[in-house]
Ligand binder design. Sequence first.
Ligand SMILES: [Zn+2]
Length: 99
Amino acid sequence: MELTLDRAADAAERHPCPKCEAPAGSACRTRSGKVAAKYHTARFILVPALREELGVAVPADRGPGTPWKRGRTCNGTVSYVKAVRRGQAGVLRGAAGGG
Ligand SMILES: [Zn+2]
């Protein structure tokens, strides 16, 4: 099964990372506390469709290289992030507050 970068990232983020302990919904982080450029192998191999990949890049919208923030951890926030990416932020404004 072929996954686009974005779908691969979403799939990888369904699991918390065993390596850097980034929670589900968040990109991997480096030891220096920045968003990693790639998901850790230990994480993306949890996704059967990604198991044979050599590397899964973190998409630009996660801000690789910028300071890592927890913030996509709860389901509501994940939905909000997805809505933002589809240009529907206004619909859910307020629904994902309090983060
Ligand atoms: Zn990780």
